[in-house]
Design a protein. Structure first.
Length: 207
């Protein structure tokens, strides 16, 4: 069994298995070769089981914030998700598919929530208005819906696939419905007043 060893200022031994099935062991600075070998051997059954799971996991090409990235699942104690220009790394102790999807959905919700809240704050101030609350959920045929009676907005969770400028447009669009419920000239004039390039952003939503 091949594996890489990295000595660090840590107290415990840490073993990680990556999507390419490579094995990495981080150990305390004072760890001896025998101690490292015994540690890896003690994890043999777990390593074999995990390697089998990793083989079943395929790296998926997905779209996040307007960019095509590779989803990488990594067995780790870190329990976090990290987005780069080319990849989204999902670190988790449990790499069962259902658990990974659960963690990923939660991450998408929280990431989109940050972007939407910033945009809501910006445009409600600019238009001197407010909404009672908003929801993020799966919508079948819209990016956003303004509910006039309850004065709230529903946003499609799939907006996380679009770039921030497009998400920004959807927020402004729905807030403008507070003043005009239809899509007549006055509505679009209001949108254009606060977003001169809204037509470009709107077109990108369809791509």
């Amino acid at each position: 069994m091949e594996y890489t060893i990295t000595k660090k200022k840590i107290k415990n031994f840490i073993l990680r298995i990556y999507p390419d099935s490579s094995i990495a062991v981080s150990v305390p600075l004072h760890a001896s070769d025998r101690e490292i070998e015994n540690f890896v051997l003690s994890k043999k059954a777990w390593i074999e089981k995990t390697l089998e799971k990793v083989k079943k996991l395929k790296d998926d090409s997905i779209k996040i914030l307007g960019k095509n990235v590779e989803k990488k699942v990594i067995q780790s104690d870190l329990e976090r998700i990290s987005l780069t220009d080319r990849n989204i790394f999902i670190y988790s102790k449990n790499i069962e598919e259902i658990e990974i999807e659960k963690k990923f959905l939660e991450w998408k919700y929280n990431k989109l929530k940050e972007i939407i809240e910033e945009a809501i704050e910006k445009y409600t101030k600019l238009l001197n208005t407010e909404i009672n609350y908003y929801k993020i959920k799966k919508l079948s045929s819209a990016w956003g819906i303004y509910h006039r009676k309850e004065n709230y907005i529903s946003f499609n969770i799939d907006l996380i696939e679009k770039d921030i400028e497009s998400i920004d447009y959807v927020v402004l669009h729905e807030i403008c419905h507070i003043f005009y419920m239809d899509h007549q000239k006055k509505f679009w004039s209001l949108v254009e007043k606060y977003m001169s390039d809204y037509k470009i952003r709107r077109k990108k939503l369809k791509s």
